[in-house]
Ligand binder design. Structure first.
Ligand code: NAD
Length: 512
């Protein structure tokens, strides 16, 4: 790679926005379907590229390349596969800032947040570097007289990954390092809103020495997704996105015989007990509610204030929220824009609806000063108080910088409220009471719990995933569950007959 995205970007002949390509079989492939989407810089509103939308045939070409690459990659020694993983890691370490810049330019998140996303993805690459250990099976000597048994795990074949806009690098990296290290070949369909990070990583894989066809990228919309979900040569689908699409992906891909993990949307609660350190809780509510402009599946969107602390807590959160600087993420701001104009309009619409339904708008981000040039998609930090569970700001995932405060009298009411919510991705409790925290982690029906930690994203060697409408399928991302998802087990029972063995016996084998 000589410069960022050199081979996957083609200048438009008419001086318009350059055209991106797919990446199939180790090379850039211009789109031929004739369908395109605009890629924008959310901080300025400018169209920066056109992304091709793949037809089913173009998806088929990527799957065919992956299928052709599979036998040789599966049979490549673990030592060699791991060397390529380590090289990818080294290259990514050296060039992390390039990738972070691409993320900020297309997603809008501030530079430090983009760098953090790359670092969390890198942790999964590092985890996957340990694949020789992770793939070790077990063995039993003399399980029956003269009989030994051992187990192995083998790759699936071609695996599909479909990712959302909000983590252009990290979410694909939850899956593909493990899939590739385990011997699979990958077709990634990134979000059409943020296509360039995936292309950059494809070029990095080539430089790391990954054989052609092991990692391909096809862009597109529902047509491309459906192409993967229904293709007979795709063995599994790893999806991350909103709940309605996650449910659709799960139902469609399982109906086509595939193994599926489909991670959906979220509504994450932060329960604050009266004995909590309210400065800590206010700091963390602001960090977790407004970081990445609330466009994180682990963002806190509902603060549940228990008992007497509510007024004090709301005051402290409001003071901090008012001090945040919103603007272009390349300018050292605290919070960037939303990803699209439509997202901006949706979020401001929810704030208006909340106000109409009776919530108090304590901090209003619908207007304000934004540090940016052009016409970016900004909404400032917004704090709503006296929100109730029937309001649309609570029932719906807003996915923007809007923090709702709900007030309850007791710990029990707080847990009931969290458990009644249809989502179950992440939650946190803030308290000094170890007993209450222990009860909470036991009683709450959510997949990832923080105790005085607002965004409890598991390390790469644990697994990431929610409960209820936040995950369809039973396998979470990365960690040992990720290794399990991308491999299937085999048990081998062996007898080497000694010369004394003889005789027929048609009975069911018994252990002796
Ligand atoms: P999205 O569901 O709109 O899109 C996700 C992917 O699905 C994209 O690649 C998109 O092209 C594709 N897609 C969109 N509409 C489709 C359709 N009708 N048929 C088939 N495919 C379709 O999600 P998004 O807006 O990109 O991302 C934000 C959502 O993702 C939020 O709901 C957020 O909570 C969720 N998310 C969840 C997690 C998690 O771990 N649970 C992590 C990140 C994001």
């Amino acid at each position: 790679m000589t410069s960022t995205l050199e081979s996957t970007t083609r200048e438009a002949g008419d001086g318009g926005a350059p055209e991106l390509t797919h990446w199939i079989g180790g090379a850039a492939r211009p789109g031929v379907s004739g369908a395109f989407g605009d890629v924008t810089d959310p901080a300025t509103g400018a169209v920066t590229a056109r992304v091709p939308f793949a037809s089913a045939d173009e998806v088929g070409a990527a799957v065919a390349a992956a299928k052709a690459a599979f036998p040789e990659w599966r049979d490549t020694s673990l030592a060699r596969r791991t060397q390529i993983l380590f090289r990818f890691r080294e290259l990514l370490n050296a060039r992390a800032s390039e990738l972070a810049e691409i993320i900020t330019a297309e997603h809008g998140k501030v530079a430090s947040d983009a760098a953090g996303e790359v670092a969390r993805g890198q942790e999964v690459v590092e985890f996957a570097c340990g694949m020789p250990h992770l793939l070790k099976g077990s063995a039993t000597e003399n399980a029956s007289s003269g009989v030994d048994v051992h187990s192995v795990r083998q790759p699936l074949g071609v695996v599909g990954i479909i990712s959302p806009f909000n983590f252009p690098a990290m979410v694909p990296m939850w899956f593909f390092p493990i899939a590739i290290a385990a011997g699979n070949t990958v077709v990634l369909k990134p979000s059409e809103k943020v296509p360039s990070a995936a292309l950059w990583m494809a070029e990095l894989w080539r430089e790391a020495g990954l054989p052609d066809g092991v990692f391909s990228v096809v862009h597109g919309d529902k047509t491309a997704v459906d192409g993967l979900l229904t293709h007979p040569d795709v063995r599994s689908v790893s999806f991350v996105g909103s709940t309605p699409i996650a449910r659709y992906v799960y139902e469609t891909a399982t109906a086509h015989g595939k193994r599926v993990q489909a991670l959906g949307g979220a509504k994450n609660h932060m329960v604050v007990l009266p004995d909590a350190d309210l400065d800590l809780a206010a700091d963390q509510a602001v960090n977790a509610g407004f970081g990445s402009a609330g466009e994180r599946c682990m963002a806190i969107s509902a603060v549940v204030a228990v008992g007497s602390c509510a007024d004090d807590l709301v005051g402290r959160i409001a003071e901090r929220a008012r001090g945040l600087r919103t603007g272009d993420g390349r300018r050292g701001t605290d919070m960037g824009p939303l990803v699209t104009r439509a997202a901006q309009e949706r979020v401001t619409g929810y704030v208006g609806a909340g106000e109409t339904e009776g919530a108090t708008v304590v901090v209003d981000g619908r207007t304000g000063e934004f540090d940016a040039d052009g016409d970016g998609f900004f909404v400032g930090p917004t704090l709503l108080d006296h929100v109730t569970t029937d309001m649309s700001v609570y029932t719906d995932e807003i996915f923007g910088p809007v923090l709702s405060v709900l007030r309850v009298d007791t710990y029990e009411q707080a847990v009931d409220l969290v458990n009644a919510n249809p989502y179950g991705n992440g939650t946190a409790i803030f308290t000094h009471d170890g007993g209450a925290a222990r009860r909470f982690q036991n009683e709450v029906e959510v997949g990832m719990i923080g105790v005085n930690v607002p965004v409890p994203v598991p390390m790469a060697y644990y697994s990431f995933g929610g409960w209820k409408n936040s995950l369809f399928g039973d396998t979470h991302a990365h960690g040992v569950e990720g290794v399990h998802f991308f491999t299937r087990g085999k048990v081998v029972t062996t007898r080497w007959p000694d010369p004394s063995h003889a005789g027929l016996n048609l009975g069911f084998p018994r252990n002796t």
